[in-house]
Design a protein around this ligand. Structure first.
Ligand SMILES: CC(C)(COP(=O)(O)OP(=O)(O)OC[C@H]1O[C@@H](n2cnc3c(N)ncnc32)[C@H](O)[C@@H]1OP(=O)(O)O)[C@@H](O)C(=O)NCCC(=O)NCCS
Length: 135
């Protein structure tokens, strides 16, 4: 029985452990605790999945709750994957801001995942990485 909760009052080490255990840690700054702490505290829509008192998954987003929700990180511990937890985390993220479009960048391991569960690929997405200059 998996429980779902909202809110970012979480133990940072446990959160980092979920990133590592899901494999998403390879693509996030898990060795930089201050940055991970900022990512967690400054997100304003965090949905978590729990097996009793063990954190097993999370969806971390930044939302204006009226137009756009940026789903930055979705991670489920490897041993809990493919049981519908990821989709439920996204469902609850969507329910928290029903008027908002969910926007995300798929990690390589998840490029097949999002179309499978109902996302549409957007051909006009653009990013400016940290430190890249505008011209
Ligand atoms: C991507 C991830 C969050 C999916 O979570 P999950 O709980 O395993 O996914 P679900 O159980 O909700 O999967 C729903 C469906 O998608 C399928 N699926 C799961 N992961 C998939 C993947 N990586 N690629 C393609 N399909 C996938 C499931 O088999 C399931 O299909 P079914 O209903 O036909 O059985 C999880 O695999 C994960 O943490 N991956 C590593 C981190 C990562 O890449 N995160 C995404 C960052 S953008």
């Amino acid at each position: 029985m998996i429980d779902y909760r909202a809110g970012d009052d979480l133990d940072l080490d446990e959160v980092i452990d979920v990133y590592v255990d899901s494999t998403l840690g390879k693509r996030r700054p898990v060795d930089d605790r201050a940055r991970m702490d900022g990512m967690l505290r400054c997100a304003n829509l965090v949905v978590t999945a729990w097996d009793a008192d063990r954190l097993i998954g999370l969806a971390r987003s930044v939302s204006d709750f009226h137009y756009a929700t940026y789903l930055s990180d979705l991670a489920v511990r490897l041993s809990y994957q493919k049981r519908g937890i990821g989709i439920e985390l996204i469902r609850r993220t969507q329910q928290a801001a029903p008027q908002a479009t969910i926007i995300l960048l798929a990690a390589p391991a998840a490029v097949e995942y999002y179309p499978r569960i109902g996302f549409t690929q957007h051909q006009s997405a653009w990013i400016l990485r940290p430190g890249e200059a505008l011209r």
